[in-house]
Design a protein around this ligand. Sequence first.
Ligand SMILES: *[C@@H]1O[C@H](CO)[C@@H](O)[C@H](O)[C@H]1NC(C)=O
Ligand SMILES: *[C@@H]1O[C@H](CO)[C@@H](O)[C@H](O)[C@H]1NC(C)=O
Ligand SMILES: *[C@@H]1O[C@H](CO)[C@@H](O)[C@H](O)[C@H]1NC(C)=O
Length: 437
Amino acid sequence: MRLFALLLLAGASLAHARNPLATKDQCEIDVLSMELSKDPAFEPLKKDALDQYLKSLKAHNVDVTDAIMKDLHLAMEELVFSSVQKAANGDPTHPKVYWTDTAARRHDWFGLSVPGGRYSYDNPDCIYRIVPISGQYKYKLKGRRIGKGTTDASFSLISNVNSQNTISTISKKDLKVNSDGTYEITINSDDGGENHLKSDWSAKQIFIRHNLGDWNQETPDELDVEVLGDPKPWFPRTNRSIINDAKDDLKQSTFFYGFGALDWKTLSVPLNHLKNPSQSQSLGTLTSQASSFGHFNIRDDEAYVITLSGGNSSYWIVPVTTMGLLTNDPEHNIVSFNSVQSASNNNGTYTFVLSAKDPHVYNWISIAGTPQGTVMLRWQGLPLTDGTPKGVNVYTQVVKFSKLHEVLPKETRYVSDKERKQQVRERLQGYQRIHFQ
Ligand SMILES: *[C@@H]1O[C@H](CO)[C@@H](O)[C@H](O)[C@H]1NC(C)=O
Ligand SMILES: *[C@@H]1O[C@H](CO)[C@@H](O)[C@H](O)[C@H]1NC(C)=O
Ligand SMILES: *[C@@H]1O[C@H](CO)[C@@H](O)[C@H](O)[C@H]1NC(C)=O
């Protein structure tokens, strides 16, 4: 098995020479995750996870259609795999940089066909990478920015890999980068300094996100990690202990996502509304990030109109997700718009139309596959507040599709069928460029 993977890697490293995600470490953990995820111990836990999601939906009287059931089954497959992936890169004495919460379909590389490992409110703009950390040790994260880098990026030291809980964070604007694009971030319990993440006894993981605004131009940074000294593990990690860690992670994920994200954060918001943006440091959010959650049920002859202001954020996104909290094939469908991709109104706000039918509005988000779905808007790079961000707003309304023109701003940008095809084609090329080349 090992020889097989290494041979594949030798061939793959040439094919993927320019992709900063195609590393030897990625390949090794992909191989291990795929093997360990076959363990029968995950089947009953997958069922428990599904039951939790269903319980949350039923508690809020959501009609669980066949389509929702299908989305949930897909989401549970990815949820299980994500837990194995997190555990497989879970040894702080042998840390690796590993891409998780990956693409929305099987990933064919290194001669492998790696399943999707998304878990909760995946952001199709984002490349997320994780590094296991212990507060006892010192680490060095070495990076190299390619071109101008991505629209936004952050390096967060967190104490829980599911609820996150930020201990310290560095955002793109604070990162000091050398003129050749390289940089180094130190992670240890010493006090501050440039490019430093101060860790403590509770530190578990560095969670790194690169937000790509322009999918056809931006590339995530190259990253590599080193643990300093020669830390000796307390006990050797076996495949059995990785599986046990993955099982624990899956039980926790079931609660945090199936109840926390779905029920508590999302379904508690009235139907077809979005909650006022708020800042928090848990459940997938950064302290410098504001989020707004909601869920919708839109008929074929209706449209859901969202207008937002970006305030002084460095990046924002409007993504539509299923009741399983995953985007629906973001490679082929327009299911998200970010601060770089969208057409703005004259006063600097942005208006989006969510509908099953194409209204020929440039900022159209297709809900053909998800007439009942969820939304988690995100704004990043905001100053810290007591929870309520300034200058960041969102306003929603549901109208008859035929009356859309009455509520849309005069300056709304429209597209022809031909322009729509081009927009979809560019999205597809960009998605494939980032994830699969
Ligand atoms: C763990 O599983 C992998 C994949 O099946 C295998 O290559 C490796 O030898 C196993 N490790 C141990 C210590 O058994
Ligand atoms: C946004 O930034 C500008 C320029 O720094 C500042 O004047 C303004 O007060 C900021 N607005 C908000 C809402 O923070
Ligand atoms: C900005 O323009 C949009 C679209 O016309 C409108 O809905 C919104 O109320 C305006 N916002 C402000 C602050 O003027």
